[in-house]
Design a protein around this ligand. Structure first.
Ligand SMILES: [Zn+2]
Ligand SMILES: [Zn+2]
Ligand SMILES: [Zn+2]
Ligand SMILES: [Zn+2]
Ligand SMILES: [Zn+2]
Length: 473
């Protein structure tokens, strides 16, 4: 019985390192509280969106989370009923979801779980009626026996719902979620620290890693032992491992593969930064970075940022300032948290390397106008969505203008190509100089994660596209 997941919020910290609510839970395979898989999920009778393995988990979840959510879900269910159609196209369904998620964001801006439960809700893949709408009409909803994440209602069973490729992608994703839950149960951590253990004697360049992550792990970092386990294209366990040996012997390499896959999601930030430093040929001994629009994700990845020092050992000082509406805030009156030192490994310490983090809660152009601001060497915006997001005009436009006017190197990443393209067009209109034009990021996270709004069965990757700008042409 998973015990750490069950009480995960009790890890005290500003950004507790706990697994997110799995898609498997929202789609009714896993308990909302302890994340264990169960065939017989007990649904909350009031909202029918949260489900549990036991009355005990339900009680506990009510106390910790669900009492704040249940009523809101009920309101959303009523709205769904008003919008009821016997069948919806994907574009009708996705614009409905987008509208709903926006209104939830307005009501509860910081509650990502609330939005996610609605966004990823179960629905019939053919008529696109939601689980709640079907339940109200006593029409049953059957899940795909293989991926368990796609559904068909009793009135639509004759139509094939999703392709084999999509089913496989969803099965892979479910395996990643299961691994993350296991890993958290084992270690009490949701995001593994997977840096190169000690600083390299001599700098190694990421641009020399021709085979991307594989070369990084084997030739640059210190994980040579994975060579026989992973294929260079990272596609899976080698055939040899797959064919011989007992199930138990096969399980070990599979866990290793999952671990490395999840490690790419944690290392994508520092490696994307390191690669940008190579692009601008940065070689000073001290580096000041501003992480703009930083969220919990950036704070959780901080331990892995030591990798910037480890791969580039002539760098002695790394100062990071995170700024954004979701960054840490200071004492009551101040949005600014002065710089604090972060721990380094013993070798870094003995060789005099230091790293620090400061934080500003608020939009970046306000930070830039404050007395705590100093111009950085590099500005980084991970998956900011500054053109496509709801806050594009109000919050982002003045920040982007400031970055361009300051003539500072600015690294951007996006979730996908179309987002990168939108941002590129906007910047071209501003006559901005591209140091690196939008391209697929070699150091994107390798975990394909389903998304539920843009594209039916779409998948996104951490920092999938990247580009680098500095000033104007
Ligand atoms: Zn449970
Ligand atoms: Zn409920
Ligand atoms: Zn249907
Ligand atoms: Zn399936
Ligand atoms: Zn170190």
């Amino acid at each position: 019985m998973p015990s750490k997941c069950k009480t995960r919020e009790r890890l005290a910290s500003d950004t507790p390192d706990i697994p997110e609510l799995p898609v498997g839970a929202i789609r009714g395979n896993l308990c909302f509280r302890c994340f264990s898989p169960t065939d017989k999920i007990l649904k909350c009778g009031a909202c029918r969106r949260a489900g549990y393995c036991s009355a005990e988990c339900q009680k506990l979840d009510w106390k910790i989370v669900h009492k704040n959510h249940c009523k809101i879900f009920k309101t959303i269910n009523e709205l769904e009923e008003q919008q009821y159609q016997t069948t919806r196209t994907w574009s009708e369904y996705s614009s409905y979801i987008l509208e709903t998620v926006r209104s939830i964001r307005d009501a509860a801006p910081s509650d990502e779980v609330l939005r996610f439960v609605v966004q990823a809700q179960p629905y019939c893949a053919t008529c696109r009626r939601s689980a709640v709408q079907l339940f109200n009409r006593k029409i049953s909803l059957k899940r795909c026996g293989d991926c368990k994440l796609v559904f068909s209602c009793a009135e639509c069973t004759t139509t094939p719902t999703h392709s084999q490729a999509i089913c496989t992608a969803y099965q892979n994703y479910a395996a990643v979620e299961a691994f993350r839950i296991d890993f958290f149960e084992d270690t009490g951590k949701a995001s593994p620290v997977t840096c190169t253990q000690f600083p390299l004697e001599e700098r190694k360049f990421l641009k020399d890693a021709k085979q991307g992550w594989y070369d990084y792990f084997v030739k640059i970092s210190d994980k040579q032992q994975i060579e026989p386990v992973i294929k260079p294209d990272f596609s899976g366990v080698t055939e040899i491992v797959g064919q011989v040996g007992t199930a138990e012997e096969r399980e070990q390499p599979e866990r290793m593969r999952m671990f490395l896959l999840c490690a790419t999601d944690n290392l994508t930030m520092p490696l994307t930064i390191l690669s940008a430093l190579e692009d601008i040929e940065y070689s000073k001994p001290s580096l000041n970075i501003h992480l703009v629009g930083a969220t919990g994700r950036e704070f959780l990845a901080l331990a892995n940022f030591e990798e910037i020092l480890h791969l580039n050992p002539s760098l002695k000082t790394l100062n990071i300032t995170a700024a954004g509406p979701h960054s840490w805030a200071g004492d009551k009156a101040s949005p600014y948290v002065p710089s604090m030192n972060l721990d380094c490994c013993p070798v870094c310490k003995s060789e005099g390397r230091t790293r620090s983090i400061a934080s500003y809660r608020g939009v970046y152009h306000d930070f830039a106008a404050s007395s705590n601001f100093a111009k950085p060497d590099l500005v980084v915006l991970f998956n900011s969505g500054w053109v496509d997001g709801d806050d594009a005009e109000k919050d982002w436009a003045p920040t982007i203008k400031l970055l361009v006017d300051q003539n500072v190197p600015a690294l951007f990443t996006t979730y996908n190509q179309s987002e990168a393209r939108h941002e590129e067009l906007k910047l071209m209109g501003m006559n901005v100089k591209f140091v690196v034009e939008p391209e697929k990021n070699k150091w994107r996270g390798l975990v394909p994660t389903p998304e539920f709004i843009d594209e039916e069965y779409g998948m996104w990757y951490q920092n999938e596209y990247r580009y680098l700008i500095q000033g104007k042409l």
